[in-house]
Design a protein around this ligand. Structure first.
Ligand code: TRP
Length: 334
């Protein structure tokens, strides 16, 4: 009797010990397991303006739809540089030293800052108008290395052709942009080539930051028949001010993006940024699932639509032609 009891007790104690060990086990390894499998994503955005916010929100929505939910299966660290180049560099360096699994850079200046900080961490740029001219990739089809992304390239020619349907007498166009934004330069160059072939003159009006806008636009409006601004981050964040000055001078402002029309520009022939954000999200999922960024082609949006602002048209005494109104994807009326 005694022996079996002792055996039973020792067996029980062994079992209890094993049990207590295994009972502890789920706590610790699970924690370590989590921090190993939870991917960390840094998102850097150059400035706060509606278009860039739409891209970010739509990208996060797509990640979530595919099972990558912030705070659960992934961790997102979102940083905004408030239009400041020095902030961009600090953010990029922080993302790299934190060794994040993926860096998403919204707009060209952010992408350039991140690309110059790492050759290892996957970089997904978003809405960069001219990835080649901006030095982000050397090949759109097979970028190679650690970089890929989406482009919001538009056609300056198509925007001016739309402008001529609305205001047929345009001869002189003022090109308003930040000369350090490489995303704007390629579009303005295209505008200049088009103008040369079509007997139009382009007057350059460059800003270096948003506080230049008031003075530059005020001196430009009286020299031109219309203004043209490409997909420029600096001008986009000052669009209400641009509109106010141009409307007073009764001059139309043709722009590169729908949000700039919403903020008072007269018209554009542009892309849908919600779709672009979603496409960027699809690429983010591919990278999170192990695909090499450099093996994914850069995606350019193909569908372009007309966006108009009826309130601005009325304010400057322009009658938007019926055929243009009919073709428009969206007519803003504030
Ligand atoms: N295309 C811009 C870039 O390359 C970024 C951008 C996206 C943007 N949507 C915009 C700029 C709307 C101005 C307005 O940096």
């Amino acid at each position: 009797m005694k022996k079996p009891l002792a055996v039973m007790i020792s067996t029980f104690m062994t079992l209890a010990l094993v049990f207590s060990l295994t009972a502890c086990a789920p706590g610790k390894p699970a924690e370590t397991g989590n921090s190993e499998t939870t991917k960390k994503i840094g998102i850097v955005q150059i400035v706060e303006h509606p278009s860039l916010n739409t891209i970010r929100e739509s990208l996060i929505e797509e990640l979530q739809a595919q099972g990558f939910k912030d705070g659960e299966t992934i961790t997102i660290d979102y940083q905004n540089a408030q239009g400041d180049q020095t902030n961009l560099k600090t953010i990029a360096q922080k993302f790299v030293s934190n060794n994040y699994d993926l860096i998403v850079a919204i707009a060209t200046p952010s992408a350039q800052a991140v690309v110059s900080e790492t050759k290892d961490i996957p970089i997904l740029f978003s809405a960069c108008t001219d990835p080649l001219g901006s030095g982000l990739v050397t090949n759109m089809e097979s970028p190679g290395g650690n970089v890929t992304g989406t482009s919001d390239a538009v056609s300056a020619e198509k925007i001016v052709e739309l402008a001529k349907r609305i205001s047929p007498n345009i001869k002189t166009i003022g090109a308003l942009y930040n000369s350090s934004e490489t995303n704007s330069i390629s579009v303005v160059n295209e505008l200049k080539e088009y103008a040369q072939k079509n007997n139009m003159t382009v007057v350059d009006a460059t800003v270096t930051n948003s506080s230049d806008v008031q003075q530059v636009v005020t001196s430009l409006v009286n020299k031109v028949d219309a203004l043209f601004s490409p997909i420029d981050n600096t001008v986009a964040s000052a669009m209400p001010l641009v509109t106010q000055i141009a409307n007073k001078a009764q001059k139309p402002v043709y722009v590169g993006a729908d949000s700039m029309v919403k903020d008072g520009g007269l018209a554009t022939y542009g892309i849908n940024y919600k779709v672009l954000g979603k496409e960027t999200g699809v690429m983010a999922v591919e990278i999170l699932n192990g695909k090499k960024a450099g093996d994914i082609p850069v995606k350019t949006m193909k569908d372009m639509d007309i966006y108009l602002n009826q309130t601005t048209a009325k304010a400057i005494g322009i009658n938007l032609p019926d055929d243009v109104l009919k073709e428009a994807a969206q007519i803003f009326e504030n």
